[in-house]
Design a protein around this ligand. Structure first.
Ligand code: SF4
Length: 343
């Protein structure tokens, strides 16, 4: 069986394939810095070695099945990747002036089944391996011709990253490797819907990666309806783990809040949210909901979104109100894949 080298670091590539350490680093640089997946094009390797690698190793596990560009949000591109077994996952690239942000998926589908989410509605199929996660970023950087090598990475695509903990953490390490992209920990955000054991384990990794919590409700009754994992890890348990993460890493934390019309957008919701996060160094990101027909939710009118933001700001909560990006290309997680599955 061929060795899948996009899941490996330079030392592991050398060990697995019986190469010299410097050759492991060369191969890793081709993949991660130059985004070259064809061994034949790795021209600083000898012809014999290239031939041997092609016989014994494989680089790419995913192929680009579809790429959409948003007409309204210039610079937002959404890719649907086909995996080796025919499954599909999505990744998004957002370019804002000279900054690129790449949003990665960690699972095919998701078992958490949040009430408003297209991915949750498609059900869970399987975890991605580290190479499949990393390749999403490498492909988008290549496709977009992004050379600076220092994009922001957010684990906010399909799946709950902490339900695929080991592959997520390994992919983070590969993206941070200085022989490759060398992305700084502070440029990486991992978003969880509240998988508490994962948050606690992540706090022990000894790095300064930003944690983002998809909160969406600040009382247990509503949150358990919107985000079923709340029944297992209610807000008290979740917030205690978040506080410990902040204390361990000294990192500011972010809370994501999808604004759903007449569901979680009232002045009372804002007051509860402000109360919940008041003792944390935190930012709340408000995102007007990107509707999917089956879910039965809608975004509030924009004036209501602004009023919600202002209610938080008045209570001294650092708050941003995100403009919808890429609604016309189904940029909310899992929508493109779901459309394709039901076609
Ligand atoms: S919002 Fe995230 S955790 Fe919830 S179902 Fe969708 S992918 Fe899973």
């Amino acid at each position: 069986m061929k060795v899948r080298i996009t899941s490996l670091n330079p030392t592991e590539i050398a060990t697995e394939l019986g190469l010299q350490p410097f050759q492991g680093r060369q191969v890793f640089r081709w993949l991660h810095q130059k985004h070259v997946f064809d061994f034949e094009a790795m021209t600083d390797l000898s012809k014999e070695l290239r031939k041997e690698l092609a016989e014994r190793a494989m680089t790419s596990q995913l192929t680009l099945a579809h790429l959409s560009t948003s007409a309204r949000s210039f610079g937002t591109r959404k890719a649907l990747f086909r995996l080796e077994d025919g499954e599909t996952v999505e990744a998004v690239l957002i370019r804002d002036r000279d900054r690129a942000t790449i949003c990665l998926s960690t699972q095919v589908g998701c078992a958490v089944k949040c009430a408003f989410c297209a991915t949750g509605m498609s059900g869970y199929t399987r975890n991605l391996n580290p190479g499949e996660i990393v390749e999403q970023a490498l492909y988008l950087l290549k496709e977009e011709g992004i050379e600076d090598g220092h994009p922001n990475i957010v684990y906010m695509g399909m799946g709950e990253p902490f339900r695929n903990y080991d592959a997520t953490v390994r992919s983070v390490r590969l993206l941070m490797a200085r022989q490759g992209l060398g992305i700084g920990a502070r440029r990486i955000t991992v978003s969880t819907v509240g998988e508490v054991p994962g948050i606690r384990q992540f706090a022990e990794e000894g790095w300064q990666i930003r944690l983002s919590i998809s909160l969406h409700a600040a009382n247990n009754a509503l949150r358990s309806k919107l985000v079923p994992i709340n029944r297992k890890y209610p807000l008290e348990t979740l917030m205690s783990a978040v506080r410990d993460y902040v204390n361990a890493t000294r990192r500011h934390v972010t809370f994501e809040w999808a604004l759903l019309n007449d569901v979680n957008d009232s002045p009372r919701d804002a007051a509860e949210l402000a109360e919940l996060v008041s003792d944390l160094q935190a930012t709340v990101n408000l995102i007007p909901y990107n509707p999917i027909p089956e879910a039965g939710f809608a975004p509030p009118p924009f004036a209501k979104c602004e009023a919600f933001r202002d209610a938080l700001l008045k209570r001294s909560v650092n708050t941003t109100l995100r403009k919808e990006r890429g609604q016309d290309i189904n940029a909310a997680c899992g929508q493109l894949r779901r459309q394709l599955l039901s076609a």
